[in-house]
Design a protein around this ligand. Structure first.
Ligand code: FES
Ligand SMILES: [Fe+2]
Length: 403
């Protein structure tokens, strides 16, 4: 039987409400299939508009074997290209970020405009037409200040997502932020384990002392584990935001979610003392500091927290079946001054701790799955419904693509 047919059969035979079988977390061939069917065909979050504020500012990123170049163009929009020269294929921009008036290949100096047009190529003969060799474009969209790309020529619809999330995020003024800190870690675990761990707080009580100082364990009034007290706290916040015209209602769709939720009583930011990490500033047009955290996720590779004083994004990029890069960025108002308005230690402490703790959970999970005794185990219906939803999303998507 062909490998993809065997994977399809295995997905169809999966016991609902149980974790996946071992090969889904270990098999290199299955990993390659996922990179093709999911990561090359879905919108992926790459970075933020505030990282490329001026024409010529760029960032590069690797998605699997593909190197991508995202640049602010001369029209003020965002362009995305495969970061490979049309001459003999050299990588064009080798740095993670930078600024350049033109894109110049370091090998033989073929030179491209910021819109990808080839404008200079030496000694190519009289028949050579530069118009035949523009950079290879990648589909790109911006939603809520985050840049998304899709490697497929037939990208799925993005408009419902973009239209829905925009009014929630707009008050946080994402264009007027800057990245104050960025940390990339490589977790020795499959990318789905990173998500499975993210989609539940069953592990939070024992595992995340820093995070629980500000983040409630439940983020939904209808969540079975929400206590009456927590529910009343949420409802008070909702009524407050309703009066202030601040979008908060949860929208849960297949593969993405947005919802504004209060932090624990008395906390206004995810810091060790629950107080803002950035002083003397408030993001965008927010009515006050008590706006909880706006939580946004888009499968398969990003979740974000938007608060009143800073925003945090978490980008997931698989490297191999048992290695996943997690890049965490902390964004603050662009005119906030380090050392006066904020310090990076206070700003990043909670999520540096939490990411490290989660890395351990994921890595131990992977090691246990690698043993010959591993068999899929059952999810808690009350505490792990988010994990079930993620694995169902994954299974449905793979079945659809393989059928
Ligand atoms: S490979 Fe880029 S100019 Fe030759
Ligand atoms: Fe966690």
């Amino acid at each position: 039987m062909k490998f993809s047919a065997a994977v399809l059969e295995s997905l169809k035979a999966r016991k609902p409400g149980y974790s996946l079988s071992q090969q889904f977390y270990t098999d290199p061939e299955l990993f390659d299939l996922e990179m093709e069917l999911i990561f090359a065909q879905t919108w992926l979050a790459i970075g933020h508009v505030c990282e490329v504020p001026k024409a010529g500012d760029y960032v590069t990123v690797n998605v699997g074997k593909d190197s991508l170049l995202i640049v602010r163009n001369n029209e003020g929009g965002i362009s995305a290209f495969f970061n490979t020269c049309r001459h003999r294929g050299s990588v064009l921009c080798t740095k993670a970020s930078g600024s350049t008036p033109k894109i110049v290949c370091p090998y033989h100096q073929w030179t491209y405009e910021l819109d990808g047009q080839l404008i200079f190529a030496r000694e190519m003969g009289s028949d050579f037409d530069k118009a035949d060799f523009p950079l290879n474009k990648v589909n790109v969209e911006v939603a809520g200040g985050t840049i998304y790309v899709c490697l497929s020529d037939n990208p799925p619809d993005f408009s419902d997502y973009a239209r829905t999330i925009e009014p929630y995020i707009a008050p946080h003024g994402m264009e007027d932020l800057k990245v104050a800190a960025e940390i990339s870690i490589v977790e020795q675990g499959n990318w789905k384990l990173v998500w499975e761990n993210n989609r539940e707080c069953y592990h939070c009580q024992a595992g995340h002392p820093s995070l629980l100082r500000s983040l409630p364990e439940s983020d939904d009034p209808n969540d079975p584990v929400t206590t009456p007290d927590a529910k009343a706290h949420m409802e008070k916040a909702f009524s407050d935001w309703e009066h202030k015209d601040l979008p908060y209602r949860a929208v849960n769709k297949n593969g993405w979610r947005i919802a504004r939720m209060p932090l624990v009583k008395g906390a206004v930011s995810m810091t060790m003392d629950g107080q803002p990490a950035v002083k003397n500033h408030r993001l965008g047009t927010l009515p006050d500091v008590d706006v909880g955290t706006l939580r946004n996720l888009h499968l398969p590779n990003v979740w974000l927290h938007y608060q009143a004083d800073h925003c945090i994004s978490f980008r997931v990029l698989p490297i191999s079946p048992q290695e996943t890069q997690l890049t965490c960025k902390w964004m603050v108002p662009k005119d906030a001054v380090e050392g006066i308005d904020y310090d990076v230690e206070t700003l990043t402490k909670v999520w540096r701790d939490t990411n490290d703790e989660d890395r351990s959970f994921v890595e131990r999970n992977q090691l246990g799955i690698n043993t010959r005794a591993y068999k899929p185990g059952p999810y808690s219906p009350t505490a792990e419904f988010g994990v079930k939803a993620f694995v169902d999303w994954y299974t449905d998507r793979m079945i659809e693509k393989l059928s």
